[in-house]
Ligand binder design. Sequence first.
Ligand code: ATP
Ligand code: MG
Length: 444
Amino acid sequence: MALSVQRPKGTQDVVPSEVYKWHTVEHIVKDTAEQFGFREIRIPTFEDTGLFVRSVGDTTDVVQKEMYTVSATGDSTFTLRPEGTAGTIRAAIENGLLNEGYPQKLFYILSCFRHEKPQAGRLREFHQFGCEMIGAEGPAADAELIALAKSVIDRAGLKNVALNINSIGCPECRANYHKALKNYFSQYKDKLCSTCQERLEKNPMRLLDCKSEEDKALAEKAPIILDYLCPDCQKHFDGLKKNLKLMGIDYKINPRIVRGLDYYTRTVFEFITADIGAQGTVCGGGRYDGLIETLGGKPAPALGFGMGLERLILTMQKQGCEFMEPKTCDIYIAAMGERAAEESMDIISTLRSEGYFVEYDLVGRGLKAQMKYADKIGAKYVMVLGDNELDERKAKVKNMKTGEQTEVSLGETLLDDFAVCYYDTLMEEDEMFRGFVEAFVEKE
Ligand code: ATP
Ligand code: MG
């Protein structure tokens, strides 16, 4: 019996008819990151398990419950990256990028793996666009990074995505805050989930990020970190607010945001939408001034964010945002008979070498069926080639939208002739091309 295999729970296939949505967001994030002077970095899918334990933190959900740790025959175990920051910082240190001068600005688009309960907007393999900035300490850098994330959200066309900011201070202000949290949660120790009972001593701030309903309700009334900030952290947070105002970026202070990864210090932020259900955080990030030193690099302040691309696309769909049109065939060559089919190969490769998207019959359809097929795939033009056309070295190309037919030479001027009729399509369909032509005409 044939074996029927399905994709693993919490993973997704992106079929060709949907992939243009991915192309759209990949284009937007890459272009925006480059506009802000960020350069792309590519890192391995798996890393030493210790990298994540040390950076993400051994009391976090990610490390305690969600890592995919794998081993091949041999002794080492590796972990599929649950996020992109740790690997990026590891790579920046290992490749000497931190000696190239500050700020070092890096971005990536990558897949992440977390063993979570799959639901809308929460997958086991998902994709992140992330940015990391190394070497800038002042709050202007935090505002700049937030502005980048907001720019992506705006270019995607999203509305009603709220920016929430908070400061979770530095280890110094956190010492007092941890005491206050321990005092508060100790009263309810028996009600806490078992993981949080253990975390209470080791890392009480993690209790604020627990997903259990009971713990969440208790966290609502817990003391807030903003009441415990040291003067330097307070000044940094005030600076961030001032810079965001200068940039015209609206925000809400949300003292409940602590983020799920241990490496954060001072600024943390999230962009949240109400339109895609409970998993509404499209983007989350913050400052992690201690991480580089923890990973063995020369101490340097740093900050970054991760944006979930599935959640970005989901929100765009919900809000009816526009996606880039998928490319369609420029010209379909419909050949009648063997001689035409053979001689058309030269025409096809000439057109392709000039960058046109060309298709022709590969499954033995008759002329009528080829025309129907060309229409179905949305070909912009069809050229019919038969013995007459070949003998006269001339053929008609039909504009499939207007029905208009234009004669082109099959000889030396083929490319020029076709370019002339194709111009109409470009003027009609391609905004960038039209803008370019109009600007050119104006200059003349
Ligand atoms: P959440 O609170 O939703 O679990 P998180 O704090 O674990 O998010 P981060 O580790 O900061 O998320 O990752 C950054 C972004 O990656 C999130 O804001 C979200 O958009 C996306 N993301 C995180 N986990 C998942 C997942 N399991 N499936 C899809 N997207 C995810
Ligand atoms: Mg999570």
